[in-house]
Design a protein around this ligand. Sequence first.
Ligand SMILES: Nc1ncnc2c1ncn2[C@@H]1O[C@H](COP(=O)(O)OP(=O)(O)O)[C@@H](O)[C@H]1O
Ligand SMILES: CC(=O)N[C@@H](CCC(=O)OP(=O)(O)O)C(=O)O
Length: 263
Amino acid sequence: MSAMCFVMKCGGSTLAALPNSFFDDMKRLQDEAIIPVIVHGGGPAISDTLGKLGIETEFVNGLRKTNEAVLDVVEMVLAGRINKEIVRKIQLSGAKALGLSGVDGHLIQAEPVAHADEVGLVGDVTGVNADLIQGMVKMGYIPVIAPVGLGADGSQRYNINADTAAGAVASHMGVERMIVVTDVPGIMKPVGGARVVLPSVTVSEIDKMIASGEIYGGMIPKVRAAIQCIQGKVREVIIVNGTEPEVLSRVIKGAEIGTRIVK
Ligand SMILES: Nc1ncnc2c1ncn2[C@@H]1O[C@H](COP(=O)(O)OP(=O)(O)O)[C@@H](O)[C@H]1O
Ligand SMILES: CC(=O)N[C@@H](CCC(=O)OP(=O)(O)O)C(=O)O
């Protein structure tokens, strides 16, 4: 039985809140040979550790200003503690997982972002070792990837926004679907006095919502990554809240849940 893959981004905003049932759901999917390729964040945990170490941190347009000292902490927290915590939780559900960062096997190749003079060692993705990911999936393992990239010279590391990294992995693997798991039930918009979740949005609607300020902060890299990957083979990106019961299997079965970003 050949596996069906989708890419799943798990945001740092929600990792600690994900219930055991989220991982049990993943195990049931794995039993049906439906394998998520996980790219995770961990922004709040990085900020917390930087604070404890007395290292100042600042975001410019949603990207963390990164120097070598910050990069050490980013790698330690993302590729170390957070990555291993996710692997442990998946394994406790009975499913198989392998954790690695973009450095391992040159999994995520990167170059400095265009405005590196403002943000420092932050990377854009130039390539993904999709064969390595497919190899893990064929062996029945759920790949769990921390978004630290490696430059062309093989020595320089780059801090990559996890939404950007997940979108690039989805594009390079040519999967049909990316699921973005976060702490809100989707993209919300004020209607009347209330904020409602939009069942689906198009690229032009997103552009308008960014311009009007209805999409802001951490939602911006998500929708930008979504727009970039749906230009290629990815058919849809779905933004969901990870604490909703059986959210993954419901999305995979086509349930109307969260916000779908479509072409
Ligand atoms: N239109 C919107 N609908 C829902 N959330 C939004 C919207 N615009 C901005 N956000 C913000 O985006 C946040 C999710 O992004 P972020 O905190 O970076 O999460 P993650 O760690 O999962 O990447 C939400 O908690 C919310 O504050
Ligand atoms: C360049 C940049 O900003 N990198 C992010 C990487 C982690 C991340 O993106 O985590 P979330 O998904 O939880 O936001 C950072 O340093 O916080």
